[in-house]
Design a protein. Structure first.
Length: 224
């Protein structure tokens, strides 16, 4: 009789039953351990690299460069605007403009310089320096007749010198001048020439026109 089988039966003793247990896998725990070790090593490497960059930047006093974003490129520095030179305002040229004094409206249409003699071969006058001819239109904007007298008008040069109209030269030009004691009725106008005897090479500044010897007058700027 077998000690572990008290009842052997008709066929003899039955061998003892052994339960099979599969061996435990050793690879699973070892694999997880390797992955954890690799992750820790990589993390330490990244941390040490970042610390090295920061230490290098702090030792040189600069910060590490960062790449510019493609969507927002760096703008080039704009140069400061240079100081613009101050432009001198040119004097207003009164040629062709209407000016009024009292009951007369004046319009200077043309200036002619460098004339040495006026009049004809019988009655004429020669300039001491040069004649400046001022072509002017005079309109009576009042309600009664008025007299336009060339002797009430004045020319000024760039040096501030004043010149009276030359009555003798005006008379010598006769009807061509049409500016000596000319009566103008209301609403009418005449075209005359004012004559001034001035030095050669003079630069003109302005013309002062009056409707009478006692009016305030109006100043017209002239080209030099």
């Amino acid at each position: 009789m077998h000690p572990n089988n008290p009842n052997p039966g008709p066929y003899g003793p039955v061998p003892p039953q052994v339960h099979y247990q599969p061996p435990r896998s050793k690879g699973t725990g070892a694999g997880k351990g390797c992955l954890i070790a690799i992750g820790v090593a990589v993390g330490l490497f990244v941390v040490l690299g970042a610390c090295g960059v920061l230490l290098s930047a702090s030792s040189t006093g600069t910060t590490p460069n960062t790449a510019a974003s493609p969507s927002s490129p760096a703008k080039a520095a704009q140069p400061a605007n240079p100081t613009q030179p101050t432009k001198k305002s040119a004097p207003v040229n009164g040629i062709g403009r209407e000016y009024r004094d009292g009951k007369f409206a004046f319009t200077v249409t043309k200036i002619k310089k460098g004339v040495h003699r006026v009049g004809d071969q019988y009655i004429g006058q020669t300039a001491q320096g040069q004649f400046v001819l001022v072509y002017v239109t005079v309109r009576n904007i009042g309600n009664e007749a008025r007299t336009f007298d060339s002797s009430s008008q004045k020319l000024t040069d760039a040096q501030g010198r004043d010149f009276d109209a030359d009555s003798g030269a005006t008379i010598a030009m006769g009807d061509q001048s049409n500016a000596f004691l000319k009566d103008i009725n209301p609403g009418n106008g005449v075209k005359g020439i004012l004559i001034f005897d001035v030095p050669a090479g003079v630069k003109l500044k302005s013309l002062e026109l009056h409707d009478s010897p006692f009016s305030g007058g109006v100043t017209i700027s002239l080209p030099g």
